[in-house]
Design a protein around this ligand. Structure first.
Ligand SMILES: [Zn+2]
Length: 136
């Protein structure tokens, strides 16, 4: 399904993931420093670091879950790419979902009717009526 999501949204989520991972790493560092401070005997600093670490970790996990939810929603809403296959001999037409490696004028399996080779004649994005109305 990766061909359905646009490269722009992929790049944004990659940046987001990077930031989340950095925050997560910093929170782990804060927790380790907190343990260190606790061992040394500086309980106040240990408490602060523990708090910072836990907040940062909770925040990054929250953002991660939210972005995953959003990405799942985007996947559902993404328009399907359709491929039209036509038989040049008898005009038999078939429409199916786009498959990796499809291109226009590619020869495919034999026609169901006349057993001649079928050709891909069109590849297009399926636009839903709702999207047309709201101009999305
Ligand atoms: Zn045919």
């Amino acid at each position: 399904m990766s061909e359905n999501s646009s490269p722009a949204t992929n790049r944004i989520s990659t940046y987001l993931m990077l930031i989340v991972l950095i925050v997560l790493a910093l929170s782990i560092v804060a927790l380790m420093l907190s343990v260190n401070a606790f061992i040394i005997g500086n309980e106040m600093i240990a408490g602060y670091l523990l708090l910072i670490g836990l907040i940062a970790m909770a925040l990054s996990v929250y953002v991660l879950l939210q972005s995953r939810k959003r990405m799942a929603r985007m996947k559902i809403e993404a328009p399907k790419v359709m491929t039209t296959i036509e038989c040049k001999k008898c005009g038999f037409k078939n429409v199916r979902e786009f498959q990796r490696g499809d291109f226009i004028f590619k020869e495919l399996e034999d026609c169901q009717k006349c057993k001649d080779k079928m050709l891909i004649t069109a590849i297009y994005k399926e636009v839903k009526e709702k999207e047309k109305v709201y101009g999305v």
